[in-house]
Write a protein that binds this ligand. Structure first.
Ligand code: RUQ
Ligand code: CUA
Length: 655
């Protein structure tokens, strides 16, 4: 093909993609660019103003960035094995990935949400949901480690999750794919009326954050997509979008778009919680794993639980309603005052704004438009407060700046639109590169947003960075939103597919961030707290190595008497008591990852030697000038040999 033809084709594709036709180079030159550069520039050694926790999507993890710099600070393993530190590989952490389907080493994480007190971010924990094998995780914002994962039985595709109520009383989970409940073998084309859409309510213990699956609301079999809690005046309610109210089971791209309107479910969870407290609901079958990591023993355990309280929404009169929403809604957001609920129809150009007050009046006046499976449908006209008509295409998600404005992403026209609460007037629109999904303003879904920056989380990257073959990281963009117009400041790549993010002022968690684990508080079963206690114990073909690390050696560093066919457990305790001095441990031929052991911590990996010989192990983290010397040997003898089990450090052999 002639070069000119190629060029034209490329240009055409580019314009199509950008939609609103803006040139991606605009704003990258001249005086404006240099003042923008100042706004994101952090001198070496300076800290960012905000933490941003970006969902890792199909990486299964959660990644921590700094704003405004876009510096990547950490990847926190949640639903996926992570060889970087041994999460999901070490003996202690494997249980975190147990489910009722067995060990699942991967997840699809979606929506992180930070715990709140009185509707404000409190920096205690961050929660995130897993879509594929429905689960919700809680991560400590002191250690930045995953502490708990709870599975959701009777669900499939947990998407409307993990949003927290304003005092972190509950987080919710929903089923994106309607399924038989209880699961059973039945013809797919008989789904209509037979499949269900259970919504899960997980209560949170305020002291430790422990999650408890309190009840499931057994809703009709629509696809529940996203959710947000009411706040302030609407506290006590939860709102969920649903699509495929057609209950189509095939070619959903066509068949699930037949109805002009789908539904938002409005759920008075306080009423249902009260009902449960008084003995309401029915215990139904449901097996689910509840995994907890104990910081003191540094070990995760799985409790396989049976049965869950199920509530038929028709049983609790006045607790559950549907509100019609045009054109296959996706995102659903509640403004900081709790007065307005915004529903975004993916196939619409308009946003539907509902008033909480009008919802209450409609309920009072029984302003219903029939019902769906016995759930009253509030009449659209009676609950609609206004419409945001920006002309943008494919609205997905809205966040708020706390100054009276909403910001909505439009996937198809690839832009973010700023509009005013109350007048519903469009104030500004800026292109995103390209095809923005979610967006995030720190605290943007709380009573108190920090409306300085907005991050758009874009689905398509294309030409924004140096090409890296067919697979590219996703692309985030940072905007200054302090003025009337949004100003694009920075592009930075993000790992996996960040479906959502949660931002918080650094001041709220920086000081509490743990520096190391106290050796004294280490209650790990195989911990050794000084070199004198390091040892080996043989129990049949299992050998336990109680080892320590300190700059720059292992104790013991020579081991003999291991035999082919043994199962060797290396329990490594890092004796350091200082910030940022991990030691790693890797053993040749181990069928697992390394482990990275933080100061004061103990971790275990298994090695099953396959061949006779003298085999090295070493520290994987460059911990000191003599890091390369931080190594040891294991002598492996034949299965039937009588080589004595002994170990040494500095040639002092013990047995
Ligand atoms: S949500 S954009 Cu809209 Cu899970 Cu991904
Ligand atoms: Cu310890 Cu390198």
């Amino acid at each position: 093909m002639k070069t000119i033809q190629k060029l034209l084709l490329g240009l055409g594709a580019g314009l199509l993609l950008i939609g609103c036709g803006n040139n991606s180079k605009e704003g990258s030159a001249g005086a404006m660019a240099s003042s923008n550069a100042e706004k994101v520039y952090l001198a070496p050694g300076e800290h960012d103003e905000f933490y941003a926790f970006m969902s890792g999507g199909y990486s299964g993890n959660l990644t921590v960035y700094g704003l405004p710099s876009g510096r990547m600070l950490k990847e926190i393993p949640v639903f996926s094995q992570f060889p970087t530190n041994g999460y999901g590989y070490s003996e202690e952490s494997k249980a975190m990935l147990n489910t009722s389907f067995g060990f699942v080493p991967w997840g699809d994480s979606h929506h992180p949400d930070i715990s709140q007190t009185n509707g404000e971010l409190d920096g205690r924990w961050i929660f995130i949901n897993e879509n594929n094998t429905p689960r919700v995780a809680r991560i400590s914002l002191t250690t930045f480690e995953t502490e708990e994962i709870i599975e959701l039985p009777n669900s499939a595709g947990n998407h409307a999750s993990s949003f927290v109520t304003e005092n972190t009383e509950y987080i919710v989970a929903g089923t994106r794919f309607a399924v038989p409940n209880p699961q059973r073998d039945m013809p797919i084309d008989e789904m209509k009326g037979e499949f269900k859409g259970p919504l899960s309510f997980i209560s949170i213990d305020q002291e430790h954050g422990h999650m408890n699956l309190e009840f499931q609301l057994n809703m009709p079999g629509f696809n529940y997509d996203l959710a947000h809690p009411g706040r302030d005046k609407s506290h006590g309610w939860f709102f969920f979008t649903s699509y495929n109210t057609e209950e189509a089971h095939t070619m959903q791209e066509v068949n699930a778009s037949q109805n002009d309107k789908d539904f938002i479910a409005a759920v008075n969870w306080q009423m249902i919680a009260e009902y449960i407290k008084n003995g309401g609901g029915t215990k139904v079958a449901g097996t689910y794993a509840h995994n907890t990591y104990d910081e003191s023993t540094m070990t995760a355990t799985t409790e396989m639980k049976q049965g869950v309280i199920s509530v038929d929404p028709r049983e609790v009169e006045g607790a559950v309603y549907y509100m019609p929403v045009p054109k296959s809604p996706h995102g659903l957001d509640v403004d900081p005052s709790g007065r307005y609920i915004i529903g975004n129809g993916k196939l619409s150009t308009q946003l539907s704004v509902y008033s909480f007050e009008k919802i209450q009046n409609a309920i009072q006046n029984k302003d219903f438009d029939g019902d769906a499976y016995g759930i009253p449908i509030l009449s659209f006209e009676s609950v609609l407060e206004g419409v945001v008509d920006s002309g943008g295409l494919g609205p997905l998600h809205t966040e708020f700046d706390g100054k009276g404005f909403g910001y909505t992403t439009y996937f198809i026209s690839s832009e973010v639109v700023k509009w005013e609460l109350g007048t519903w007037e469009v104030i500004d629109r800026q292109p995103s590169y390209y095809s923005v999904g979610h967006l995030m303003i720190p605290g943007g879904n709380s009573r108190n947003p920090y409306g300085k920056y907005m991050v758009s989380l874009n689905k398509i990257t294309k030409d924004r960075y140096l090409p890296t073959g067919p697979e590219l990281e996703h692309s985030a963009q940072l905007y200054d939103i302090t003025g009337e117009k949004m100003e694009l400041l920075l592009d930075f790549p993000t790992h996996g597919e960040p479906h959502y993010a949660a931002g918080i002022p650094a001041e709220k968690i920086k000081a509490q961030s743990k520096k190391y684990y106290e050796l004294e508080e280490n209650n790990h079963k195989y911990a050794v707290k000084n070199e004198a206690d390091t040892r080996l114990e043989r129990n049949g073909n299992e050998v336990h190595v109680y080892a320590t690390t300190v700059r720059s050696h292992f104790a013991p560093d020579n081991i003999e008497g291991i035999k082919v066919g043994d199962k060797v457990y290396f329990h490594i305790t890092n004796l350091e008591q200082d910030f940022d001095v991990p030691h790693g441990f890797a053993m040749i031929g181990a069928n697992t990852s390394e482990i990275l052991v933080m100061p004061g911590q103990t971790k275990t990996i298994i090695w099953e030697p396959k061949r006779e010989g003298v085999w090295p192990f070493y520290c994987t983290d460059f911990c000191s000038a003599l890091h390369q010397e931080m190594q040891g040997y294991v002598r492996v003898s034949a299965k039937n040999s009588n080589t004595k089990l002994r170990w040494s450090l500095d040639d002092e052999w013990k047995d």
